[in-house]
Design a binder for this molecule. Structure first.
Ligand code: NAD
Length: 293
């Protein structure tokens, strides 16, 4: 069997069209402010990509550059100003932050209604209640890809009796693994979450009709970990050198093996990443609406 590619672009395009339509109905376009409190090149690169994505759909973007010298008070002070600025409808703290800055405390300082990254405890709480409003972007991307794959997701308990699919989520981070598991749980999937402490990954992963992998280790999940006919969503992004010494981006799943066993699989790049970016834009709209815009 050769799996169908579960590509992110068509889903991302649909979400971006919805975002553009929503902005067309707003009196003032939403504005996203991103705080860069680091000299980390990856974070700066990510900010550029965010700016481009925002401007493509008509969201204003402001980058607040605080540099590697930023301390807790400076970061929280800037967050406070952005919270109070009615023109700013979304706030994102780019990761990582400078050494000595407590990122969790900063995330808690963001007005939950402006928290477009979905990292404030109030928004993670919404996920527990089954809401995707201001849920972490990557978890929403996993959820959208799962829906697009056509696996059985149910809204009502009466529809799902004895029919819920088995899901294995590998990785239990706060922004990807845990919220992805919770969103799918709300659709009556039976969830197993594996992590660094899991004794026998294969025993769990081979039971899964839907296998979500979000670890950050290239090649962790091989063909033998995949149940024949399963849907595989590979969240991992890893930069590795190929046999010719060229750097390339791969996921956590050995694609060439899994593609022969799965029924559908997300490519890396071209799968989860594109949808995650679109979900950030969707969260900017959701945040603006929560603020009555
Ligand atoms: P993280 O480092 O916060 O969490 C990694 C998780 O993997 C942990 O739960 C850990 O317990 C688990 N783990 C580590 N080794 C394991 C093993 N041997 N077996 C089973 N589980 C193991 O990472 P994260 O922020 O959740 O990101 C995971 C990956 O997803 C990274 O590659 C990251 O770059 C990528 N990512 C992609 C997107 C996207 O849009 N495509 C967005 C966010 C993160």
């Amino acid at each position: 069997m050769s799996a169908r590619l579960l590509e992110g672009a068509p889903i991302a395009d649909r979400i971006k069209d919805d975002v553009k339509a929503a902005i067309a109905e707003m009196a003032t376009p939403p504005k996203l402010a991103a705080i860069l409190a680091t000299d980390n090149k990856g974070a700066a690169f990510y900010a550029k990509a965010q700016k481009k994505a925002c401007e493509e759909v008509g969201i204003a973007y402001e980058l607040v550059e605080l540099g590697a010298e930023a301390d807790q008070a400076t970061v929280e002070g800037n967050i406070g100003q952005l919270n109070a600025d009615a023109n700013v409808t979304g706030i994102i703290l780019l990761m990582p932050v400078a050494e000595g800055v407590d990122s969790r405390a900063c995330q808690r300082a963001i007005d939950p209604d402006k928290d477009v990254d979905g990292v404030h405890p109030a928004n993670l709480g919404r996920v527990v209640q089954g809401s995707t409003t201001l849920a972490p972007c990557t978890a929403q991307a996993v959820f959208e890809l799962a829906k697009a794959s056509g696996v059985a997701l149910f809204d009502e308990p009466m529809q799902c009796v004895g029919k819920g699919i088995e899901v294995c989520v590998v990785g239990h981070s706060e922004i990807v693994g845990k919220p992805s598991a919770l969103l799918l749980l709300d659709k009556f999937c039976t969830i197993t979450v594996c992590h660094i402490g899991t004794r026998d990954l294969k025993a769990h992963s081979t039971k899964a009709d839907l296998l979500v992998v979000a670890v950050g280790k290239a090649g962790l999940v091989k063909g033998e970990h995949v149940k024949p006919g399963a849907v595989v969503i590979d969240v991992g992004i890893n930069r590795i050198k190929d046999d010719e010494g060229k750097t390339k981006t791969v996921g956590d799943v050995v694609f060439d093996e899994a593609v022969e066993i799965a029924s559908q699989i997300t490519p890396v790049p071209g799968g989860v990443g594109a949808v995650t970016t679109a979900m950030l834009l969707k969260n900017v709209i959701d945040a603006a609406r929560l603020q009555g815009k």
